[in-house]
Design a protein around this ligand. Structure first.
Ligand code: FMN
Length: 210
């Protein structure tokens, strides 16, 4: 199947059947998220992979009781940095130097530019910026899941403070941004499964300027 066919196949499953997704598929979905581009390459987020049923059961009531939270196979929690700090910025710049094996003045100047701007900003502004980056990885994970014929339900309907508390994210300098249950659709219990996908026509979305 071509990518577009896979994207037409995918939908935000409202019911999942509890079947386990093979670990090699999960690994490739996470790899797609890891490979996502991010602003300045900072990857200002972490991904928690919840397989533990008890933790899923704790999250469900603070996620509008959505059944996919407990009936999924793996629940991904995209947690963004609560702010940008010098340590966090330096870590990614140092990692780049280490992996590439050389230092470059332009890159070091760019490091200083970020160090002189991001950490001084309001933490909420920084979290929102970091969360946007997490959404890019989240989106790639959704596409990768479709590629693997795995259902994924993007999920913003949850109490972020409560999820942070359950997972102890604040102590780690993280805040939950968005959830992604991965699993398999339960066709006979899902009202959405046979409904036609609705998207704006291309001309409402795209303006071409020659
Ligand atoms: C960021 C985001 C948050 C969403 N949150 C929820 C949610 O909490 N519960 C839910 O059932 N669907 C949720 N959705 C699914 C959307 O309603 C769905 O993707 C949209 O209507 C398009 O339909 P489709 O994904 O089935 O093609 C969310 C989607 C996105 C991208």
């Amino acid at each position: 199947m071509e990518l577009i066919d896979k994207l037409k196949w995918r939908y935000a499953a409202k019911a999942m059947n509890g079947k386990t997704v093979a670990e090699d598929k999960i690994e490739r979905i996470l790899e797609a998220a890891r490979l996502a581009p991010t602003s300045s390459g900072l990857q200002p987020f972490e991904i928690f992979v919840i397989k533990n049923q008890e933790i899923k059961e704790k999250i469900k009531p603070v996620a509008w009781n959505q059944s996919v939270v407990t009936d999924c196979s793996h629940l991904l929690v995209f947690a963004a940095w609560d702010t940008y700090t010098a340590d966090r910025i330096n870590h990614m710049f140092d990692l780049t130097n280490e992996i590439r094996g050389f230092e470059n003045q332009g890159w070091e100047d760019y490091r200083q530019l970020l160090l002189n701007s991001y950490p001084q900003k309001d933490a909420e502004v920084n979290f929102n910026h970091a969360a946007k980056q997490a959404y890019i990885a989240f989106s790639q994970a959704i596409t990768a899941a479709a590629f693997e014929n795995v259902d994924a339900t993007p999920l913003e309907g949850f109490d972020a403070d409560a999820v942070d508390e359950i997972l102890g994210l604040r102590e780690k300098g993280l805040r939950s941004a968005v959830l992604l249950p991965l699993g398999y659709r339960k066709e006979d219990k899902d009202w959405l499964v046979n409904l036609v996908k609705v998207r704006k026509p291309m001309e409402e979305l795209v303006t071409v300027m020659d």
